[in-house]
Design a protein around this ligand. Sequence first.
Ligand code: TXA
Ligand code: MG
Length: 342
Amino acid sequence: METKLIKFNPDKIDSLLLQEAARVINGGGLVAFPTETVYGLGADALNPLSCAKIFEAKNRPLNDPLIVHIADKQDIFKVAGEIYKRTLGIIDEFWPGPLTLVLKKSQNIPQIVTAGLETVAVRMPDNPIALALIKEAQTPIAAPSANLFGRPSPTTAQHVFDDLKGRIDMIVDGGKTQVGVESTILDLTQTPSRILRPGGIDIEALRRLSPDIESYQGNRILSPGMFTRHYSPKARVIVVEDGNKTQPERVKDIASEFISQGYSVGIMAKDENKNHYNGDFNLKILGPEKNLALCAANLYSLLREFDKDGTQIIIAESVKEDGLGITIMDRLRKAAAKESDV
Ligand code: TXA
Ligand code: MG
């Protein structure tokens, strides 16, 4: 299959190109498109055969459900049922935005989308191209991240192309995504409501609006289809957390060990520590710890760059687990998990 790459200007969306992309969705095909978090691989959420192609293209196991994307808050009633006032309050505050809600599924949603669950994950993305495409197609769009299963999520059209060229019909290039990590997933079907995956929303801000959400205790509960090893580059990842030595000291100790064994070593450091490093390794800067949003936006892109450089071992400094730092550390630990942990 030939993958068509089309460039969109998010500030001035070309209506002919938009129609072309929507026609692919309506014809049962797959279109990768930008959201504010990461690129999604979209199909008509009401067409089970189209959604089946998503799993095939990504090599994704069928027990890993998809997120349904809508362009209008009202459309939640087409996708989900049992929507109470509290849910509407959360939507009013956080949509469009990087918050996915798990709700009771409506009859309209095919089983393949929810991996047979009675619940559905739904969100309204905060990206003009994503919203325009959903509106033009006049159907909710099911979309997981547009990467091969287990790889870091794509934050540029090039990342999507690297993973999925020849496997999908179209890639809509709308530039680099702003948030850079996936949406936060909040399960409203449980009492208390639970965060299944930390993501682009500040959990504390969510809990201020809705204090009955359980405080997030790390990766205790896994969303269906969430595996310990995930978001992984080809290189082995080692995350260095605080210890008795400073982080740069610990990172350099580990780096020398691997370099002496002949490995090609990469270091992912915070801006604040960059002057501590010079040596025979591939140094990349995640961003300043005081700007965790910028760190989140760079994370997946850097992991992919290390792979392109042929780096075999990535030694990553940890960041403080606060706000988006919770999400960054969740993804780094998953990238670091060994295959045997799955
Ligand atoms: O930001 C995002 O969330 C991006 C963009 C494209 O929207 N999407 C994304 O989807 O990251 P991805 O590849 O993470 O897959 C969706 C995840 C599943 O792995 C699963 O953990 C969770 O959403 N999920 C989907 N349906 C669910 C359900 N009914 N109950 C619990 N978790 C569900
Ligand atoms: Mg994914």
